[in-house]
Design a protein around this ligand. Structure first.
Ligand code: HEC
Length: 148
């Protein structure tokens, strides 16, 4: 089953990370609720966002005249059940809309970390990676999972 493989891959990728406050059962893939970025990374992303994204998506990420918001209700329901890899690729290939593909993977990962911080998802001990294959193993789930 696909999720099991994803969880196994992720176990390798996050080897050495602190626990995530509860054991993940086999059918639970990791999600953006599990502390998948660090505060320092989000801080870097904040600067990148201000420079490359805020002019269209708004300084507070609520969107602009043409561009949609990148945190909160509508955004999170758009991306529900997709993966952080999907979101990362969307940004990496099509954004910034006035210079698509101009940012590095590391810059995009930092900006994505800042987007998660703005969405009020918890920070953790491990930086969000910039490899799409690893990001594909982290789901975006709009509803907060029930406490374990
Ligand atoms: C020149 C204006 C502009 C800039 C700069 C820009 N965007 Fe966008 N972005 C848009 C517009 C317009 C859309 C919606 C139309 C589209 O998808 O192309 C969009 C869509 C998106 C989406 C899809 C949102 C959804 O709900 O599906 C994401 C994610 C995104 N942008 C991220 C970024 C990031 C990250 C940056 C900075 C690296 C950025 N954008 C910079 C104009 C911009």
């Amino acid at each position: 089953m696909k999720l099991t493989v994803a969880a196994a891959l992720l176990g390798v990728a996050t080897f050495g990370a602190y626990g995530v406050g509860g054991s993940l059962s086999a059918q639970d893939a990791k999600s953006q609720w599990d502390g998948v970025y660090t505060q320092e990374q989000a801080k870097r992303g904040e600067g990148e966002y201000a420079q490359h994204c805020a002019s269209c998506h708004g300084p507070d990420m609520t969107g602009g005249e043409m561009a949609p918001g990148l945190a909160g209700g509508e955004f999170s329901s758009n991306w529900n059940d997709l993966s952080l890899g999907d979101l990362f690729e969307r940004m990496r290939i099509s954004m910034p809309q006035n210079a698509p593909g101009s940012l590095s993977r590391a810059q995009n990962a930092d900006i994505l970390a800042f987007m998660l911080a703005k969405g009020s998802y918890p920070a953790g001990q491990t930086e969000l990676p910039s490899q799409t294959e690893v990001l594909n193993t982290i789901k975006f789930v709009s509803a907060k999972p029930a406490a374990q």
